[in-house]
Write a protein of this length. Structure first.
Length: 66
């Protein structure tokens, strides 16, 4: 549970940094994102999911982080 809460905290930190550092840019980017086609958003979400899954798999299976 401790690891899960730490992970959620890190995700929130990483999600919050662009909004704090570049609020005008993020506002424009979110406008463009809201105008995107649903299929494009779905593809981007699938790519992010696959990248995250590969990263987690690599971190668990490799001996680099022991």
């Amino acid at each position: 549970m401790k690891t899960l809460l730490t992970l959620i905290g890190l995700v929130l930190i990483l999600e919050g940094v662009p909004y704090m550092a570049f609020p005008e840019f993020m506002k424009e980017w979110l406008r463009q994102l809201s105008e995107s086609e649903p299929d494009r958003l779905r593809s981007m979400g699938l790519a992010a999911l696959a990248a995250g899954l590969c990263l987690c798999w690599f971190a668990q299976r490799s001996g680099l982080f022991e």
